[in-house]
Design a protein around this ligand. Sequence first.
Ligand SMILES: *Cc1c(COP(=O)(O)O)cnc(C)c1O
Length: 253
Amino acid sequence: MTASSSTQPPERRAELAERLSALRNRITAACLAAGRPPSDVTLVAITKTFPASDVVLLASLGVTDIGENRDQEAAPKVAEAAALGCADVRWHVVGQLQVNKVASVVRYAEVVHSVDRLRLVRALGSRASAAGRRVTCLIQVNLDEPPVAAHAAADTHVRGGAQPAEVGALADAVAADENLVLGGVMAVAPLGAPPRPAFRKLWDVAQAVRASHPGAVMISAGMSGDLEEAIAEGATHVRVGTALLGSRPPFVR
Ligand SMILES: *Cc1c(COP(=O)(O)O)cnc(C)c1O
C-alpha cells in the first residue's frame, strides 16, 4: 500500500484499525475455544456499500481478502482500489450471482462463494477460459429447515444455495472444469434458527465433498453475528462486514 492511504481522514484508519483488532481477537478466541490454530481461519472483509478507500485502508492494515456481493458495485470498486495503489488483495464474490454477470466477475474474482447451480458452473468455466483466468468456486449450500425451494426461475431466485443432495453433482462439475478449482462449500445461516446446528450440517456436507475431492478444504461460514458458531463447526473463511466496517444502510443485506 502506498501514499493513497494519506488521502483518507486519519480517523477512518484508526476506526478500522480498532475494529479489525477487536475482530481478530474474536476470531482468535473462537479458534482457541474450538482447539484450532487461529491461522486456520481467513478473514474475508465484506466491503459492500463502503468505498474503495476503505479497501485500501484495510489492505494497508493487513487484510488480504476482500468480498463483495454485487458485480455492479464490485467491478468499479476493484478498478478504483487498483488505481489507488491497492494491488495485492484477493477479491471474493459472495452474493447471488446472475449468469449475465459472470463475464465481468471472472475478470477480478479469485473466489466465487455462491455457486449453486449447473448453469452457473458452465458459465463460470467458459467465461474463465475466455478471460484466461482460473476461478476457485465454493458450492453454496442452502441450510434452511425444512428445505425452501432453492431457486424459482433460473436467474431470479431469492435465497441462494443448492440443496445438500445437489452438492455432490455440482462439486463434480466444478472439479471437472479445467478453468475452475473446487475450493469447498459456503453457507449463510438460516433466518430464525440457531446457527450452530446449521453450521454442523454444513460441516457434514463439506466432509462428503472432501471424500471425493480431497483438495476442497474451504468452508466459508460465519458473519458478524455468528462467526463464533461457525468457527466452532469448522469454518475456514469468515465473511465479515458490519463488525469491521460499521453498519450499512438497512435495505442492503
Ligand atoms: C453482507 C454479507 C456478509 C457480511 O455480513 P455482516 O453481517 O455484515 O458481517 C456475509 N456474507 C454474505 C453472503 C453477505 O452478503
